[in-house]
Design a protein around this ligand. Sequence first.
Ligand SMILES: Nc1ncnc2c1ncn2[C@@H]1O[C@H](COP(=O)(O)OP(=O)(O)OP(=O)(O)O)[C@@H](O)[C@H]1O
Length: 619
Amino acid sequence: MALWRMYRALPSWLIPAILAVVVVVLPYAGLSFAASRQIQLACILALVVSGLNLSLGYAGELALGQAAMYAAGAYTAGLMSIHGHTDIVLQLLVSGLVALLVGIVTGVPGLRLGAWSMAMTSFFLVLLVPDILSVFKETTGGRNGLSGIVPATLFGQPMDGTQFYVVIAVVTIAWFAVFRNLVVSRHGIAFRTLKQSPVLASSVGVSVFRMKLLGYAIGAFPAGLAGALFANLDLYISPEAFGFTFATAVLAASILGGSASVYGALVGAFIMQIGPNQSSAFQEYALVFYGAFLIVGGVLLSGGLARLGRGLVSRLDRRAGVGSADGSAAPDGDGRVEMQIGTLRGAPLVVEGISKKFGGNQALSEASLRAEPGKVTALIGPNGSGKTTMLNMICGFYRPDSGRILVGDNEVQRLAPYRVARVGVARTFQTPNIPDNITVLDAVAAGRYSTDRASMFSTVLRLPRFRKVRAADLDEGRRALEMVGMAHLADETASSLPLGMRRLLEVARSVVSSPRVLLLDEVASGLDENEVQRLAELIRALRDAGGTIVLVEHNFRLVLELADSIVVLAQGSVIAVGSPHEIEENPRVLSEYLGVSVEESGGRTLGDEEAALAGEVGQ
Ligand SMILES: Nc1ncnc2c1ncn2[C@@H]1O[C@H](COP(=O)(O)OP(=O)(O)OP(=O)(O)O)[C@@H](O)[C@H]1O
């Protein structure tokens, strides 16, 4: 265990870096030709698999066209070589970009049509490769393949086999470093958020379509690189190398290694290449083996070897006492919320006469609401009265049939959800929406996706802009966690927290972007008395900091305690607006929402028991 603790104390990049150096120098240590070839083929396969991992494992898009992009890269490099452009750096660059272009052009229609269409169009793309190559057989050699490729050069110098091995190893290592940088960045977290919940992703400002396309297109780039390397390895390419069998091998390697993993792509590809591909019997029946493997692997090995590895690491960590893996630890100090909220730049929210019909069901009719900065505006009403529909329209998930929604001076009723988020509307969800396998700190920092933007380019190369934004993400994330009393849980797995903590985490995530309007959807439901009080304190602090807060809540006592003004909905219409005192005494609210007749109430305000009953009625 002491050994394990020592190992865990090392920087996370050290072991991969040592392994990378070993792989690069292997040929100088007497590696046989056959072994060297297998390593080169495994590196090439790993590059292609990494592209699938990015789009399938991270962005959650079943896009299987990597084999076609691999072909695009290989034929681009092959044709460049035949036409005298033998420099490998130039070939890699052009092949990568051509593959990227193929990814964008073929990804757009599939993504526009929906998830299964993406799977189908990308799959057909792979089946079409031999036909496309045949159509252009004058240039590509058709089914006979493309010969005449000459050995690649590097900056004008010819390369021997060993030098080309080093090029393949270095390109693979460099790409995997980029890939790792990408998936641990805010873009990577956005991919994972998107995979789990497009609704959550758009509510933090992620454009679902653009991000899925990026996942697919960026994943095409390493396939293009792999193609260029492959063309120069054998100096001959033919359509068979890029067909359905190869596409299935890529999928099998991805599932074996773990599709939501960086190193899983390497492990899966190496096992697939160095293991079964060695046997000639396997090669003959490869498709059958891959098919069987996909079924068995998909059922028995969910998450692949990467998941087994992560499980083993966390078990060893627990045994060795590395990190504090206890999600139930007590909050900081005396459990009260640390109020360190700066000023919030709240903006007025004006909802003017919005209506929404679902089929024959008029969910909202001519409903209006006004929420001011520095005030808590509660939206209450019985089940099915239209509260969530109202929030969904403010956030852009539904378009109103008529009416206007203004955030400050911005009309938002026609904007897509991610654009509404970028205008400054943040929300929590009735059921906490938290991606798997990310830390509490990252889950909170994800709320800043549309704040202080950092490009993919600066992210993967870790340029100063990326470092600045990352530091701000983590600082603000920690500050938000301190605010909700959860700073001690920053490194825990967010999705494994108890319900109360997950709700507070959602509040932290929605506050971290300094929203202009904050929508809290039943944040108190399922919380115990202490948690409700902590939440109440937090909401007051956010209000005092200048936030515009809309609170949808069934806990009537909490509403009376917190709200500056209350809007009551019944059957899609606003039946009352007023201060808590006015609402408590409103006969229509008493009868329609609370089920208390006017005579019974005798014009008095609600007692504790009735207020509690009101909470239950609402639930
Ligand atoms: N996507 C949808 N398609 C069809 N009908 C819908 C949809 N969303 C909401 N509705 C209907 O609109 C009406 C208002 O529902 P909504 O969820 O907004 O009520 P609510 O006040 O939030 O209820 P609850 O307190 O149970 O969350 C209901 O009759 C509901 O069935």
